[in-house]
Structure formats: C-alpha cells, structure tokens
Design a protein around this ligand. Sequence first.
Ligand SMILES: *[C@@H]1O[C@H](CO)[C@@H](O)[C@H](O)[C@H]1NC(C)=O
Ligand SMILES: *[C@@H]1O[C@H](CO)[C@@H](O)[C@H](O)[C@H]1NC(C)=O
Ligand SMILES: *[C@@H]1O[C@H](CO)[C@@H](O)[C@H](O)[C@H]1NC(C)=O
Ligand SMILES: *[C@@H]1O[C@H](CO)[C@@H](O)[C@H](O)[C@H]1NC(C)=O
Ligand SMILES: *[C@@H]1O[C@H](CO)[C@@H](O)[C@H](O)[C@H]1NC(C)=O
Ligand SMILES: *[C@@H]1O[C@H](CO)[C@@H](O)[C@H](O)[C@H]1NC(C)=O
Ligand SMILES: *[C@@H]1O[C@H](CO)[C@@H](O)[C@H](O)[C@H]1NC(C)=O
Length: 252
Amino acid sequence: MIMVSKILFSLLQFFTLFTITFGSTEEATALLKWKATFKNQNNSLLVSWKPSPDACNDWYRVVCFNGRVNRLNIRNASVFGTLYAFPFSSLPFLKYVDLSMNNLSGTIPPDIGNLTNLIYLDLSVNQISGTIPPQIGSLARIQALHVFENHLNGSILEEIGYLRITDMKHNNLSSTLPTTFSIGSALRSFNLHGNKLEGKIPKSLENWQRLEVLDLGDNLLNDTFPMWLGTLPELRVLSLRLNKLRGPIRTS
Ligand SMILES: *[C@@H]1O[C@H](CO)[C@@H](O)[C@H](O)[C@H]1NC(C)=O
Ligand SMILES: *[C@@H]1O[C@H](CO)[C@@H](O)[C@H](O)[C@H]1NC(C)=O
Ligand SMILES: *[C@@H]1O[C@H](CO)[C@@H](O)[C@H](O)[C@H]1NC(C)=O
Ligand SMILES: *[C@@H]1O[C@H](CO)[C@@H](O)[C@H](O)[C@H]1NC(C)=O
Ligand SMILES: *[C@@H]1O[C@H](CO)[C@@H](O)[C@H](O)[C@H]1NC(C)=O
Ligand SMILES: *[C@@H]1O[C@H](CO)[C@@H](O)[C@H](O)[C@H]1NC(C)=O
Ligand SMILES: *[C@@H]1O[C@H](CO)[C@@H](O)[C@H](O)[C@H]1NC(C)=O
C-alpha cells in the first residue's frame, strides 16, 4: 500500500514537473509572438527575450512562480508597439503587469479580461487611445489600475470591482461620472484629474467609506459644492479645483 502511494506520488511529481516546463515554454513562445510585433526589434533591454529552455531565469524583467509567468515589469524599456498581440489568454497566472513609460499605442483589447489573476496593472505614460474596457473592472482580484497620461476617451469604468487605487489622470475621459458605481467600497484613491468629465458629482461616492484621496480637479464638473463629501471618514486629500462648481463652501 505504502509502495503504491509512493509510486503514485512520484508519478504525480513527474507530471507536475512536466506540466510546469511545458507551461512556461508555451508562455515564452506567446510572449515572443508579442515581441515580434514591436516596431523596434533591436531594443537592447529586451535582447534577453529569445527562445530559451529556461525563459523564467533567462529573460529580463520576467518573474515566474512555480514555473509560470507571474510578473512582467517592462517599465521605461523603450517598447514601441501595441497591445494587440499581447498573449492575454496564454498567461493565466500573471498577477503583476507594469508596461508604463513606453511608446505603446492603439487601444486596450477587451481580452485583457482573460488575465483572471491580475492584481496590478500599470499602462501609464504611453500613447494608448480608445476606451477603458469594462472587462478590467470585472477582474475579480485587481487592486490597482494605473492608466494616467494616455489618450483614453469615452466614459469611466462603472464597474470598479475591488479596486483600491485607480489613477486615470491626464486622459480624455468624458461624459458624466456614473451615478451608480458598482461595489467600490474598497476604493482608497481615485484620481481623475485633467479629463473632460461633466455634470454632477454622484452621491453614490458616499458609499466609498474608505476613500482617502479624491482628485476630480481640472474637469468640466458643474455641480454645486458637494458638502456631503466631508462626511467620508478617511478622506485626507480632496481636489475639485479648475471645475465649474457653484454654491457656498463651508469649512466647519
Ligand atoms: C536599431 O535599428 C535601427 C534601424 O532599424 C538603427 O538605426 C539603430 O541604430 C539600432 N539601434 C541599436 C541599439 O542597435
Ligand atoms: C528611463 O530610461 C532612460 C534610458 O534608459 C533613463 O535615462 C531614464 O532615467 C529612465 N527614466 C526613469 C524615470 O526611470
Ligand atoms: C512614440 O512614437 C511616435 C511615432 O513614431 C513618435 O512620434 C513619438 O515621439 C514617440 N514618443 C515617445 C515618447 O517616444
Ligand atoms: C478572451 O476574452 C475575449 C473577450 O472578452 C473572449 O471573447 C474570449 O473567449 C476569451 N478567451 C479565453 C481563452 O478565455
Ligand atoms: C483629447 O481629444 C481632443 C479632441 O479629439 C484632442 O485634440 C486632444 O489632443 C486629446 N487629448 C489627449 C490628451 O489625448
Ligand atoms: C475616442 O477617440 C477615437 C479616436 O482615437 C474616436 O474615434 C472616438 O470617436 C472617440 N470616442 C469618444 C467617445 O470621444
Ligand atoms: C452642467 O453640465 C451638464 C452636462 O454638460 C449640462 O447638461 C447642464 O445643463 C449643466 N448645468 C449647469 C447648471 O450649468
């Protein structure tokens, strides 16, 4: 009996090892297909990205956990390309993605919703346009979304999910703030500075009892001063400047 379970255990181990190796090779191949779409192929920071039996150890700024790609940190790496060929469906264990400060253009594909384990997404300081796909807000684990300094337009995410930090400043987001944000009670920092949001500041923000930072400055909001924001217990930073707000301000 003990013998049998030992053999079974070894077999299990063998298959687990096999799956891990196979998994990361497939993931590396998928990432290479994305790299092949970059407009600058001789990017010195990414020369380590080449076919390799051990991409997890050999590739620059790729971190694996149990042999599967877990983190991708290619901030400020002179990547000149788009997200269209990013292997969203091939990296199911990806948790942390930082592609900020590159020259990525085009739109954010809705397939981003296939990164079901994503916790952190940073696409800030690029040339990305189009709308923020609602699939991002539906990611069950996402906590931080940084998309500031791009050319994103359309309305802001209604589905905030479990986000804690959202920075969308300096884009072209327009229309009004959704009157009903879904869930959102985990939100601590919300930055929409420098967009084209108009209309009212919805009362539903009152549900964000943990909100610490709210920056709605430099938009086209034309509400009366939202005195009720003062009731948020954790709020320490509030900017509403450069809008068209009206009415009395009381500080007591
Ligand atoms: C990359 O290739 C371009 C031409 O496509 C060339 O002008 C440039 O010098 C190359 N840079 C490096 C670092 O090799
Ligand atoms: C970005 O990379 C360039 C070139 O490698 C470097 O000179 C610059 O300091 C970096 N900027 C930041 C903010 O890291
Ligand atoms: C990004 O690429 C575009 C198109 O070639 C170029 O005009 C622009 O200067 C680049 N921006 C940065 C920040 O490198
Ligand atoms: C990836 O996302 C797209 C768009 O949301 C969806 O149509 C597709 O079925 C997803 N693929 C996988 C493998 O989950
Ligand atoms: C916003 O949109 C306007 C009109 O389409 C355009 O002129 C402007 O450059 C855009 N700004 C950004 C930051 O993308
Ligand atoms: C967003 O920008 C694109 C061009 O980048 C344009 O075609 C589209 O109409 C814009 N959408 C909104 C809602 O402004
Ligand atoms: C506020 O802006 C909205 C949307 O742009 C507009 O419909 C409304 O008339 C404006 N209200 C005032 C009082 O300016």
